[in-house]
Design a protein around this ligand. Sequence first.
Ligand SMILES: [Zn+2]
Length: 107
Amino acid sequence: MVNDRKIFLDRLLLSVGCSLVIICLFSIFVIFLIGSIIHMLFVAVTALYIRRKRSNRFAFSNKTKRRERQIMATEDRKLKYICLLCASEVFDRSCKSCGSHMKKPVF
Ligand SMILES: [Zn+2]
């Protein structure tokens, strides 16, 4: 009778201990998994946010730079002509000051 009770208590203690160990290991593993997933999501969201903010800032500066470059290009693309007789700048077919048609481009 006493021996049966001791065996029962031993088995009970063994089963409770095993279940406690299994529950602890499972919870640690699940908490670690959930924590690592949350950490990765946080890092990814932060990286995307920083990248988007930087790209917006760079896009603005690129746009202004491109516009400045366009203005410079259009100003550079215009050919300037000077009159061969009076050396004044010619905008039309003939010189406004002397009326000559002879002009040469200035690069
Ligand atoms: Zn002229």
